[in-house]
Write a protein that binds this ligand. Sequence first.
Ligand SMILES: [Mn+2]
Length: 335
Amino acid sequence: MRSATVLCCPFEGGIRAMMVLRRGIAGAAEGARTVFQLFEQSRPPLPPDRLEKQILPLEKYNLPLSKETFGSEKLLQQQLAATRRAHRIMEEKAIDIAQQQRLMVGIGGDHSITYPLAKGVAKGWGNAPFGLIYLDAHFDLRPIETYGPKNIQVISSGNSFRRLLEEPSSPFCGARLAAIGISPSPSPIFTQMYKYARQKGMTIYLHSDVQDSSSLAETVLSQIEPSSRYIYLSVDIDCLDESFAPGVSSPANPGLHPQQLLALVKHFARHPKVVAMDVVETSARTLAWFEWQNEGRSLEPEQVRQKALLQTAKASLEVLETFLREKIGEEILGP
Ligand SMILES: [Mn+2]
């Protein structure tokens, strides 16, 4: 495959839904735009038959939050409807790209976008058995929770892989899913997700298991590749140690070193079954639930925030370019 479409998805409705429930920090929509801008600046335009670039108009689906909307069922309901519409747009686009047999490369946005993008890519490739490898500090396998007496469903950045697995007649399954870079936590929800992942037969590597990236990548591929017709790669930039990705909503400490991450991405990108990837959760940390709650904590000043965003965006850009260089060729992407 020698042509790709890079799709900027400035969507963070998954984080915003969580913020209504006192979790998460917004800023990933700005992150998507920043990575995309850096990508555009980093090279002269290429012929669109090789590399096409697009920004999806998703901003209006990130609903405004304020102290008054905290805990609001109404807002959660509205965000749910908006998230479904935004996800539909991403899914349709991913179907279209895959049907043209182009590589789909997504830039997020929050990690909820992997659900529509992976689903769309799989549909575009005829719903053949799909493998999925994700590099992430978190499992993102939270149960599909509901909120309030109306049982409003919470679609968040923390349950995208659970949703992919539990989709009826899903082309994804636990035996073809690998999570790498996970930060263990003593929390009950972590234990619950870990058990779920084991039960589903997932391949799991904690961040401390990542030593020799090449041999690890080989092992992972040998576990999921034989039963997969195609493979999707998802990179949550929060798998990096927070000193290398300081802007993210939920930083890892300790986490992966950029060299480990890039070596993994390079290795996976070389595999011909890998037909799609995304890089998500680059963030400017612009709004946190604890700020509206006056809980005495606040985010960094604007300048510090922008510096953190730029550093994390550059790390995401490197992931993106490493992938594309392997996939569509050194000669047009440069060294
Ligand atoms: Mn994630």
